[in-house]
Ligand binder design. Structure first.
Ligand code: G3I
Length: 396
């Protein structure tokens, strides 16, 4: 507060010990050395008590904070922390629009998952919508988010029959031109994110649904079955450290389709092609037969490959009942159990974590409710059951 002009300048008295404490009569005064050591002892005891109180307070506040957090969210440490002991990465596919515009989405994605997959950001139709015109923005945003939140990245996907930009899907190219386009695309995308994408779904859904042959696609029609090995080699040239996968759906059980995938993987390994893993998408519905999933994962692992659950979700008929949510929880849990039981099952990724942004309602009208969290980011029985499982029975 400023001093008034007429106010005399007064020296501010400095408080000192002698001014306030009356001295005892001499015969009661202790020698200086005793006073000093007594003071030191008092100070040390005081310090010890202070530290205890502070740490207790810190503990209390920490405990309070975490219990508040636990109470507030009811979720405390997310799946990523509970899976840490088992060495398993718990992942989620991240939707570009949600990631860009929704704080609640980002909060749950960073709290629960230590791996993110580009749901669409790295597909050809997003990356190069017009020939030679690249849009890296949503991919850059996803990978930047992952790096800021200590998450690894699964790049999805380099070679697929779907999500092709119109100029490519409808263009007419010679086999040589198409081969050059594919090679340059893989080199450009993998090269741009060299060292920042841990694993790539290099070839997606190469096997035909009847399992008897490779799926028809612009790549298969123009380049023949060798396009798979070529794509893996080109990706490896662009980033030798990245783990390279082939990824497919309806291959979770031992069946004709998974047999075909197995033969492809075995052939690639035999030929020394840089294949490091196989992704099992695991888009399930109630009643899915998981009895052979464990043995199926294991036979791929026995080829010297990593295996991964890459797109897990369980669609329900709407509106779903409590019993259907319970069955959904069992399916999520049994897939996790099968993964934990196979040492080389390195990640368990859900395809979107909230019903708010799930692909299912668009692909299966009348179905949905497929994710671990509802549209308001509230956990569902499947989420809670996974949490319990990750604590009760980490990887054997
Ligand atoms: O972003 C555009 C938007 O601008 C436009 O208005 C709107 C309507 O045309 O389309 C939007 O793009 C859509 C995109 O998802 C982003 O939402 C595409 O049309 C739509 O085809 C695309 O669907 C994706 C689909 O793959 C095809 O790429 C789904 O989100 C995605 O979940 C789905 O994921 C696939 C995996 O890649 C492979 N395994 C199966 C899985 C489910 O189909």
């Amino acid at each position: 507060m400023p001093k008034r002009p007429d106010e005399p300048t007064r020296r501010r008295k400095v408080w000192s010990l002698s001014m306030r404490v009356p001295m005892p009569p001499r015969h009661l005064r202790l020698p200086v050395w005793a006073l000093t050591s007594a003071t030191v002892v008092v100070v040390l005891i005081g310090a010890a008590v202070g530290v205890a109180l502070l740490s207790g307070a810190a503990m209390t506040s920490e405990t309070t904070r975490s219990s508040l957090n636990e109470r507030a969210t009811g979720l405390g440490n997310g799946l990523r922390h509970r899976a840490h002991a088992s060495g398993l990465k718990i992942g989620a596919a991240a939707q570009p629009t949600a990631l860009a515009g929704n704080e609640g989405y980002r909060t749950v994605l960073s709290r629960e998952f230590d791996s993110v997959t580009s749901e669409n950001q790295l597909k050809w139709d997003i990356i190069e919508p017009s020939r030679g015109l690249f849009d890296w923005s949503s991919a850059d945003a996803l990978i930047g988010f992952a790096e800021a939140n200590g998450q690894s990245v699964r790049g999805h996907t380099l070679v697929w029959h779907d999500a092709l930009p119109g100029w490519l899907a409808n263009g007419s190219f010679s086999p040589e031109e198409l081969r050059n386009l594919l090679r340059d695309h893989i080199h450009a995308v993998v090269g741009r994110y060299k060292g920042r994408v841990d694993a790539w779904d290099v070839v997606n859904e190469a096997v035909a649904d009847n399992g008897g042959r490779l799926r028809r696609s612009p790549w298969m029609d123009a380049l023949g079955p060798g396009y798979i090995a070529d794509a893996l080699r080109w990706a490896h040239e662009a980033d030798p450290a990245a783990r390279l996968y082939i990824n497919d759906y309806a291959v979770e059980a031992a069946n004709m389709k998974s047999d075909a995938l197995y033969n492809i993987a075995a052939g690639l390994r035999r030929d020394g092609v840089p294949l490091h893993g196989v992704g099992f998408q695991s888009h399930l519905a109630l009643g899915a037969d998981l009895t052979t999933l464990g043995a199926n994962l294991r036979r791929f692992a026995d080829l010297g490959l990593d295996v991964a659950i890459t797109e897990m979700d369980v669609r329900l008929p709407l509106p779903a009942t409590a019993a259907q949510h319970a069955e959904q929880a069992d399916l999520y849990t049994r897939v996790l159990q099968a993964c934990l039981a196979v040492e080389r099952c390195v990640s368990y990724t859900v395809w979107g974590f909230t019903d708010r942004y799930s692909w299912v309602p668009y692909a299966y009208p009348g179905w949905g409710d497929a994710c671990l969290f509802d549209g308001d980011y509230q956990p569902k029985p499947a989420y809670l059951q996974l949490r319990r499982m990750l604590v009760d029975s980490p990887r054997r």
